[in-house]
Design a protein around this ligand. Structure first.
Ligand SMILES: Nc1ncnc2c1ncn2[C@@H]1O[C@H](COP(=O)(O)OP(=O)(O)O)[C@@H](O)[C@H]1O
Ligand SMILES: [Mg+2]
Length: 265
């Protein structure tokens, strides 16, 4: 029996964006086998916002790399939007990756000598697209993360939170169907982390499917679904009926700050 079948309003069964079955990944170090994933089954439905949790070494990043078509599984099935990506050649895989998937990393991975705008344009330079169109799309992506006015700044002139917003814009510029974020708030203070979660929640409201890795329960509580890994397996999969809303949280903190000012002044 398939887990969590979903039905559309017109009575047709919806298809998962991600379906993995018995996914296995071994790393080989000399004669040693490191079993990073030991048979993962998971469906992710269009429009979901999923937090992957679990201790360090439990296989979260390995799983994200497979989902992102950065690496191939040792065994098992992976259907992305119904396409069996585990059967694709490296070239076809790169194509799927570039067209369908956006990545955000803990360390932002921006090129320091390029402006925010140039960083965001970068994924488009690999597609044949006129420079004007590239610029237009990069500006839209920067506007979505609230950094339109910082387009010409370099990463070195930006805070960590701003750099991560540029990285999110870069991930969005190709209009991916799936956004993968591996510990996107891992290097940010808690207030900035909530801002980043606010942006991800807003993108999710607009229909983007997002899977993010976090080991912080606070961050996971902004996600509707929480999947827990341990020792290369899924050991928990729960729905959070009332995810925190970063937008409200930020307004609330802002108001408290204002209150504090009133009292102290
Ligand atoms: N490139 C690699 N080569 C060998 N072992 C690896 C490699 N990447 C990860 N591992 C091992 O696989 C396991 C899962 O790692 P990882 O997916 O990075 O976990 P997590 O992201 O949950 O911390 C760990 O035991 C780790 O040491
Ligand atoms: Mg990791």
């Amino acid at each position: 029996m398939e887990q969590r079948e979903q039905w559309q309003a017109d009575g047709h069964r919806a298809y998962p964006l991600v379906r993995v079955r018995q996914l296995v990944k071994n790393y080989y170090l000399g004669h040693t086998v490191v079993p990073a994933l030991r048979g993962v089954d998971l469906d992710v439905w269009p429009g979901e916002l999923v937090a992957l949790m679990g201790p360090s070494g439990s296989g979260k990043s390995t799983f994200m790399n497979l989902l992102g078509c950065l690496d191939q599984p040792t065994a098992g099935r992976y259907l992305l939007n119904g396409v069996p990506v585990d059967e694709l050649s490296p070239n076809e895989l790169a194509d799927v990756r570039n067209r369908s998937i956006g990545f955000v990393f803990q360390n932002f991975n921006l090129l320091p000598w390029m402006s925010a705008l140039e960083n965001v344009e970068l994924p488009l330079t690999y597609m044949q697209m006129p420079a004007e169109e590239r610029r237009r799309r990069a500006e839209i992506a920067l506007t979505l993360v609230g950094l339109r006015t910082r387009a010409l700044h370099r990463p070195t002139e930006m805070s960590g939170g701003q750099q991560q917003r540029v990285a999110i814009a870069r991930a969005l510029v190709t209009s991916p169907t799936l956004l993968l974020a591996d510990e996107p708030t891992g290097n940010l203070d808690s207030q900035t982390s909530i801002q980043i979660m606010g942006i991800l929640q807003e993108l999710n409201r607009r229909g983007l499917t997002i899977i993010l890795v976090t080991h912080e329960a606070d961050i996971a509580s902004y996600c509707r679904r929480q999947v827990r890994f341990r020792d290369g397996r899924v050991v928990g999969d729960t729905l959070n009926p009332e995810p925190l809303q970063a937008r409200l949280q930020l307004t609330h903190d802002h108001n408290q700050e204002q209150e504090g000012r009133k009292v102290t002044s």
